[in-house]
Design a protein around this ligand. Structure first.
Ligand SMILES: Nc1ncnc2c1ncn2[C@@H]1O[C@H](COP(=O)(O)OP(=O)(O)OP(=O)(O)O)[C@@H](O)[C@H]1O
Ligand SMILES: Cc1cn([C@H]2C[C@H](O)[C@@H](COP(=O)(O)O)O2)c(=O)[nH]c1=O
Length: 209
């Protein structure tokens, strides 16, 4: 059974990634798998500080290239300080967002270009991509409605972008599925949370075999 895997979770705002990752990490631990859950941007002190700068709703003047570079900087620090050492120590790492967020949000939705953003990220972390990426697919208005209805997390600078922007993010992700068909697996996130957890678990079991 393969355990030493780097698994990333992707999708629009409010898709349920954080909720599901918590449950999946618990199940993996019950199976005696040494798992490290983490997130981007953030996961370590320096990257959490960069996160605060990027997501501050007051930073309306932030240039889109600055934004792409800040995400890549946070990723580089997080990857080399936390993710790589854990993988090298034989752990399974499950990360809430990674490079595909930059490709979908900055590359596609902001219009910088997917190849341009990929190049920045290859400078930041090298060419290694996750072993598997689970994309939570859902209409952006459903995810945004969840965030506003539950009110259990702060609304950030990206959340308040237009619905058209969030629709482009979804489109960007679906184009990434075509670009990386074996790596990116799509889960229907517009189902009750228990069903989403089961779908993710089944994909992970297939990957670990
Ligand atoms: N399948 C689901 N159906 C309904 N509500 C859900 C579902 N999954 C999660 N939620 C709720 O939606 C809200 C957002 O979930 P969560 O924080 O897990 O999403 P996320 O994908 O991590 O969002 P973001 O990337 O925007 O931080 C939470 O209040 C959570 O309880
Ligand atoms: C890694 C990464 C993230 N983003 C965006 C996606 C979300 O809007 C926020 C992060 O908030 P979350 O509550 O932790 O999901 O940042 C991005 O645009 N580019 C990236 O590379």
């Amino acid at each position: 059974m393969k355990r030493n895997l780097f698994i990333t979770f992707e999708g629009p705002e409010g898709a349920g990634k954080t909720t599901v990752i918590q449950k999946i990490a618990e199940r993996l631990a019950q199976e005696n798998i040494d798992v490290l859950p983490t997130r981007e941007p953030g996961g370590i002190e320096i990257a959490e500080k960069i996160r605060a700068v990027i997501l501050d709703p007051a930073h309306t003047a932030m240039d889109e290239r600055t934004e792409a570079l800040l995400y890549a900087a946070a990723r580089s620090q997080h990857y080399f300080e936390k993710v790589r050492p854990a993988l090298d120590a034989g752990k399974m790492v499950i990360c809430d967002r990674f490079i595909d967020s930059s490709l979908a949000y900055q590359g596609y939705a902001r219009g910088i270009g997917v190849d341009e953003v990929l190049a920045i990220n290859e400078f930041a972390i090298g060419k290694k991509l996750p072993d598997v990426t689970i994309l939570f697919d859902l209409a952006p208005e459903v995810g945004l409605a969840r965030i506003y209805a539950h009110g259990n997390r702060e609304v950030n600078r990206l959340d308040v972008e237009s619905l058209a922007f969030h629709e482009k993010v979804r489109e960007g992700y679906l184009q990434l599925v075509e670009r990386y068909p074996t790596r990116i697996k799509v889960v229907n996130a517009d189902q009750n949370v228990e069903q989403v957890i089961e779908d993710v678990w089944s994909l992970l079991c297939d990957t670990m075999q």
